[in-house]
Design a protein around this ligand. Structure first.
Ligand code: IVH
Length: 681
């Protein structure tokens, strides 16, 4: 007997028990399923070699699972068992061989179904009425969760039809669909509560809520796959597949993805077809299950310790794995969203090698406390981008630095901004950032923006790839010769190219509202663009907008105002607008009657000196919007002199001529007074 093996065996027992506790009781596993399976297999292989070591407390002798003391206990009439796993083709082949040899049959009929990734429950119906719902617990004793079970809409409280047994215990899986999981986590985020790592944990956590009202708010789903107690026993049909048919007729949810297989080849085909469709399913599965179909054959095969011999779970390759974080970098999306991404030590997960995992946003990195050098569990779920499930904090060596969002965009070096109250940080590069230009230009050309007919996203992509355009103003410099070099723009028939040039030319005759909308400023939709156009009247006035002025515009609050100011503060965005003006786009909008201020309407102003907060240009734009006229020199016709500090000769002249001198404060007072009376604030 090897002491090393004995020590290892003791360690394995301890570890598996610990992980069972984390998984079943706390709904908070700290290792991946694949790692758990590895530990478990090692334990079994030692037990095979040293059967005398096996004691009652070995995890192999228990079903796994824990009953929470808070719920009342339910003793299961027959134990709720678990399934042995086949993790490879060879293991499946030996399962079929064992069944064939055990029964002396050449080709076995199997019932095939999905292996739902949730938690097993037992539903007891008496005279067709749901009287008790319980979790599996440790397999012998579970938790009474009747009130919570009753909140699951798919579970009938009364069975349908005539052929209902006196007492039947329906077994199946409670789980959460992907959509409901996303929704729940969104809610948790809003409430500032802990998010769930995966739908399984969310389902388990929700079903075991002490308050059924909370359980009721969390949409859970259910599929049935088995039977426990039954009276009279004669009610039992011939086979498992027949049982599921009966269940469906009784109103119990049975998954449509099931079939009856004849022999090994059919099993392999079922596995393959489900594996291909796995990503399309609206819920998580971790494999498929095969059960010898006929109940008399199931009974002949019987059970071995905690699992039946007649059934097996054929698992998909693990979707989770452990690896190391080599670096945390940020990526810029098409909308300028900055996403932290973990660069990983390559790891093979579910058939592909992962080298990156998304960390979603800064808060997520801090919440999971992911740091460079950390050992982490990564998960690949269907088509979605791989993500880090959690950090194995006890494996952290040394003091890695906490992640902080960089200040500048890695692509265009513009400032990164995170608006208060939002989780996403964004590059402020806007029109200038190469990562965003494709989307920016497509938006610019959109029918409701500059309306450049024929310029869709594919053409924009081609133009960018051929280096013909970099930002929207480049469109107005395109020539026929350059365009016809593009694929799709047939050089013989120049019609497409010249139509496009015509559409670009036509777009110059536009409205200010369309132009402002076309700039693609965050939070500035069509309606806001119209309001801004009405208020500012010209693109130059808009470019000089101050926060106070913006806040005076209909429906513009601090978030929209700061987004506009950010956009306009970027030199490259201003550069693009100026180039657009140079190219001949300079629409004017009539100042709206809403913005006209009666006291200032038609009045002539002269500006002098340094105003405390407004620049001269801003003051001019404000006055013009309000309906006033701004001229250069003081005369008898001048109504007001808007004077700041260090006012010189103009002030003297105004005083001489008796022209009213107004301060910036007085002007703002009038403007504010007017917007209050119009209900604009
Ligand atoms: S049959 C005697 N069928 O997998 C066999 N189980 O590892 C009892 N599961 O505890 C289970 N889908 O929570 C069966 N189609 C399916 C299943 C399924 C998921 C779960 C169930 C069970 C565990 C066994």
């Amino acid at each position: 007997m090897s002491t090393m093996t004995a020590q290892r065996y003791a360690w394995l027992k301890e570890q598996i028990s610990l992980h069972d506790r984390n998984y079943y009781l706390l709904d908070q596993p700290i290792i991946s399923d694949a790692q758990y399976d590895d530990l478990y297999r090692e334990l079994i292989s030692i037990e095979k070699e040293y059967p005398l070591w096996i004691t009652k407390d070995s995890p192999s002798q228990k079903v796994g699972g824990y009953a929470n003391q808070v719920f009342s206990a339910v003793e299961h009439g027959s134990p709720m068992l678990s399934l042995n796993n086949a993790l490879s083709e060879e293991e499946l082949i030996s399962f079929d061989r064992r069944c064939r040899e055990g029964l002396g049959i050449d080709v076995i009929e199997y019932a095939c179904e999905l292996k739902f990734d949730g938690l097993a429950v037992s539903l007891l119906y008496e005279q067709g009425i749901l009287v008790r719902g319980a979790t599996r617990g440790d397999g012998t004793v579970g938790e009474n969760v009747t009130d919570n079970i009753k909140t699951i809409r798919q579970i009938p409280k009364k069975l349908l039809g005539e052929n209902i047994p006196e007492r039947i215990e329906v077994r199946g899986e409670v789980f959460m669909s992907h959509d409901d999981f996303q929704l729940l986590n969104e809610q948790q985020r809003i409430l500032g509560a802990k998010e769930f790592a995966n739908p399984r944990n969310a389902a388990a956590g929700s079903l075991r809520q002490l308050d059924p009202q909370i359980s009721a708010q969390r949409a859970l789903s259910f599929f049935t796959y088995g039977i426990g107690e039954l009276a009279p026993a004669s009610w039992l049909p011939r086979s498992h597949a027949d049982l599921l048919e009966r269940y469906a007729k009784m109103g119990l949810p049975v998954c449509e993805d099931r079939s009856v297989a004849q022999g090994l080849q059919d099993l392999q085909a079922f596995f393959q077809s489900i594996k291909e469709r796995r990503d399309e399913l609206p819920f998580d599965i971790d494999g498929v299950v095969y059960k010898v179909n006929a109940y008399d054959l199931q009974n002949q095969l019987g059970y071995v310790s905690r699992a039946p011999r007649f059934a097996i779970a054929h698992k998909f390759p693990p979707q989770e794995a452990m690896t190391k974080v080599l670096a945390i970098e940020v990526q810029v999306g098409r909308t300028g969203a900055i996403t932290p991404v973990a660069r990983l030590e390559p790891v093979f997960v579910g058939g592909v090698t992962l080298t990156n995992a998304t960390l979603h946003n800064e808060d997520e990195v801090l919440r999971k406390d992911v740091r460079v050098g950390d050992t982490v569990i990564v998960r690949r779920a269907g088509d979605v981008i791989p993500e880090i499930v959690r950090v194995l904090a006890d494996r952290r060596i040394g003091q890695a630095a906490v992640f902080h969002m960089p200040k500048h965009c890695p692509i265009c070096h513009s400032q990164i901004e995170r608006v208060f109250g939002e989780s996403i940080a964004r590059c402020t590069g806007g029109l200038f950032c190469p990562a965003q230009k494709m989307q920016a230009i497509t938006h610019f050309a959109h029918r409701r923006a500059m309306n450049i007919d024929g310029l869709g996203d594919r053409l924009v992509e081609q133009l960018i790839q051929s280096n013909l355009i970099n930002h929207p103003a480049d469109l107005y410099r395109l020539g026929l010769n350059a365009l016809v070099t593009l694929e799709r723009m047939d050089s013989k028939d120049k019609k497409l190219a010249s139509n496009l040039l015509q559409a670009i030319e036509n777009s110059k005759q536009t409205t200010l509202a369309r132009l402002i909308f076309a700039l693609g400023i965050r939070h500035v939709g069509e309606t806001t663009a119209k309001d801004l156009a009405k208020y500012f009247g010209s693109i130059t006035a808009f470019m000089m907008a101050s926060e106070e002025a913006l806040l005076r515009v209909n429906d513009v609050g601090p978030v929209v105002a700061s987004s506009i100011l950010y956009f306009l503060a970027q030199a490259h965005n201003r550069e693009v607008i100026e180039q657009l003006i140079t190219c001949g786009i300079n629409p004017k909008e009539e100042a709206s009657s809403d913005q006209v201020v009666a006291e200032l309407m038609g009045k002539t102003f002269v500006l002098t000196g340094t105003l405390p907060s407004l620049t001269r240009d801003q003051a001019k734009a404000l006055l013009e919007t309000a309906g006033a006229k701004v001229v250069g020199s003081v005369s008898k016709k001048t109504d007001y002199l808007l004077a700041g500090s260090d006012a010189g000769s103009k002030l003297e002249k105004a005083q001489e001529l008796g022209v009213t001198v107004m301060s910036e404060q007085e002007l703002i007072g009038i403007l504010q007074q007017s917007s209050v009376s119009k209900g604009l604030d």
